[in-house]
Design a protein around this ligand. Structure first.
Ligand SMILES: [Mn+2]
Length: 320
């Protein structure tokens, strides 16, 4: 049996979801299955090609639904799991007992673990560490801002590498390691240690860049890095720099896309009435209520600035 697992690339929860699904499938469905992994990124337009699903079992974890009849397994927890209303209707009417949607879960890793144990008798206590950290990291439940930004824990160090390392298939190759080594052993691997050190130096630089660019007004931090070669930055930096901020809107640009990241400060207890996924959906993006994003084609910079300005305005107003 060949199994293709499409997972949310460059995401700790995406990689852990693929790892947990693999262990579950081997333990409960077919111990001899042959696994391949394909990282998926959000981008403007169609996400799956018609011939994406070329295995006996085609699986998506921690990523948007596909109405392809080649899709056999699906697990996701994002509010914006369905690209269209037609996809949502397809999900409701094409149940095969292998497609699961858990929007209340903080991580897809924990969602898969719970469904697999409730419905298939799955048990993997050695993966508890992955489930614990995926839930904490994807749900932004760090005990404090310093754990999130200073990155002393193996899981937070590996997250920096997963989100920032520019080597194609890095996450796909990492998935088997997640099943056989502890996070501490993984971050000690020489190529990962080296990537961490380089990315951590960049992380310190991006803290200074954001410090120089960001402005806090009416509880909303805004910054624009679209003219700089900074593709990804740690999403908690704005709250580290501005502990009084409630929301943050940041623009960055890579060769593939412009990203407008919209987030809320998990350590600020001020009431947060805005649903960030719903706001981003109006502009073709999505995510979770507390953290969401919009991807735009790299040439649409003027449009991106307009969208970001409207979101900043809406968030400032929501603060009353
Ligand atoms: Mn996730």
């Amino acid at each position: 049996m060949s199994v293709l697992v499409c997972f949310h690339d460059r995401c700790f929860d995406g990689a852990c979801s693929a790892a947990v699904f693999t262990r579950f499938y081997r333990q409960c469905i077919d111990g001899k299955a042959d696994f391949r992994y394909r990282g998926m990124m959000h981008r403007a337009g169609q996400l799956f090609d018609a011939d994406s699903f070329d295995a006996d079992e085609n699986v998506i974890v921690d990523f948007k639904y596909s109405s392809s009849d080649r899709l056999t397994w699906w697990f996701d927890h994002h509010q914006s799991a369905f690209l269209t209303e037609a996809d949502a209707a397809h999900f409701r009417t094409h149940q095969n007992g292998k497609k699961f949607y858990g929007p209340d879960y903080k991580s897809c890793t924990k969602f898969i673990t719970d469904i697999a144990s409730q419905k298939f008798g799955f048990k993997a206590p050695d993966l508890d560490e992955l489930v614990y950290w995926a839930d904490l990291i994807d749900g932004a439940q760090y005990p404090d801002i310093r754990t999130a930004v200073e990155m002393r824990e193996p899981a937070t160090q590996l997250t920096l590498v997963i989100e920032g390392f520019n080597q194609p298939d890095f996450c796909a190759r990492l998935i088997p390691e997640l099943l056989s080594k502890s996070l501490k052993e993984i971050v000690a691997l020489p190529h990962i240690q080296k990537a961490f050190e380089d990315l951590y130096a960049q992380h310190l630089k991006s803290i200074e860049l954001i410090r120089g660019r960001a402005k806090l007004q009416d509880g909303v931090v805004f910054f624009d890095l679209s003219d700089l070669p900074v593709e990804g930055f740690n999403k908690f930096i704005p709250y580290y720099l501005f502990p009084d901020s409630v929301y943050c809107v940041g623009i960055s640009r890579s060769k593939e896309r412009i990203k407008i990241a919209v987030g809320s400060n998990p350590w600020n207890n001020a009431p947060k009435n805005a649903n960030l996924a719903s706001i981003c959906e109006k502009y073709g993006g999505g995510g979770h209520a507390k953290v969401a994003a919009i991807s735009l084609p790299p040439q649409d910079l003027d449009h991106a600035h307009g969208v970001a300005a409207q979101i900043v305005e809406e968030l400032r107003k929501s603060r009353g």
